[in-house]
Design a protein around this ligand. Structure first.
Ligand code: MLT
Length: 269
């Protein structure tokens, strides 16, 4: 009998296109579905893979403990199973925390970084306690408390008034999330490592993206990332808050595709 050599991936993913890989890591408490417009809008020559973190979308939940470093290890394993190493890693918010952990733990898997609406620092003590309290509440009351707390800050007020369907879609996505997996992710974020020291070790082309109206990870946090990473560039997406890729997909795709077509990243060369 043939020896079994294939690795079974710990995570599920959606994908589009062929060529050099770019891996998208979603925000909390969403799944790979939040990258739909990026998978369909990716420039030719690139293969997009949007992963589901454990317990989100199609990925199996973890029993008991989760950590962002564990999520990063799962992504590295999944990338090998998918034949997608090394890749450009694009993470938004929690996805950005995981992208920095992935770079720290598996630098050989990363040939470029896109850090969106995220930050390098760990939680302050007060924020950590709030998160742990919200995790407890989520286990008792389900996803509605998270929806009530986050929704007003995820999408800009202009979009909420002019395109209410976007806020409806985001609210529906939050409520569809498994509460136990959300509680584990909140706990994982509360205990995440500070990635500030990682920034100066980054040696791959890096793009930083932030919505002009982001209140959760404000543009100042993106300036810290840009100043800390050698050669990094920043793009500010106007009329967008925290979920800049959902709120302004065309502008977001434009800056991503321009970055991917820049000299260092060109998949066709
Ligand atoms: C996210 O969008 O992933 C979360 O808002 C991140 C966070 O709460 O720190």
């Amino acid at each position: 009998m043939d020896q079994e050599t294939s690795i079974s991936p710990p995570l599920s993913w959606k994908e589009s296109g062929t060529g050099s890989p770019i891996v998208f890591i979603h925000a909390f408490p969403f799944d790979s579905g939040m990258w739909e417009a990026q998978l369909t809008g990716l420039r030719s020559g690139w293969r997009g893979l949007a992963v589901d973190l454990p317990g989100f979308g199609g990925s199996p939940a973890r029993d008991g403990v989760s950590s962002l470093d564990g999520y990063a290890d799962d992504i590295a394993e999944t990338m090998i199973a998918a034949g997608a190493t090394p890749a450009v890693i694009c993470g938004l918010s929690m996805g950005g925390y995981v992208a920095l952990s992935l770079y720290r733990r598996h630098p050989e898997a990363v040939c470029g970084l896109i850090l969106c609406d995220t930050r390098a620092g760990a939680d302050e003590q007060g924020r950590r306690l709030e998160r742990l309290r919200l995790a407890q509440r989520t286990r008792v009351d389900g996803m509605q408390p998270i929806c009530d707390e986050m929704l007003p800050h995820l999408i800009s007020i202009t979009t909420r008034i002019s395109r209410p369907s976007i806020a409806t879609r985001v609210g529906d996505a939050i409520r569809a999330t498994d509460p136990e997996s959300a509680a584990l992710a909140l706990t994982a974020m509360a205990h995440r490592a500070d990635s500030t020291e990682t920034l100066r070790t980054i040696e791959v082309p890096t793009l930083v993206i932030v919505g002009s109206d982001d209140e959760i990870t404000p543009p100042g946090e993106s300036q810290v990332l840009t100043r800390g990473i050698r050669g990094a560039r920043i793009e500010i997406i106007d009329d967008a808050a925290h979920l800049s890729n959902l709120e302004q997909p065309e502008a977001f795709n434009r800056v991503v595709n321009t970055f991917l077509s820049s000299n260092e990243m060109d998949a066709t060369e």
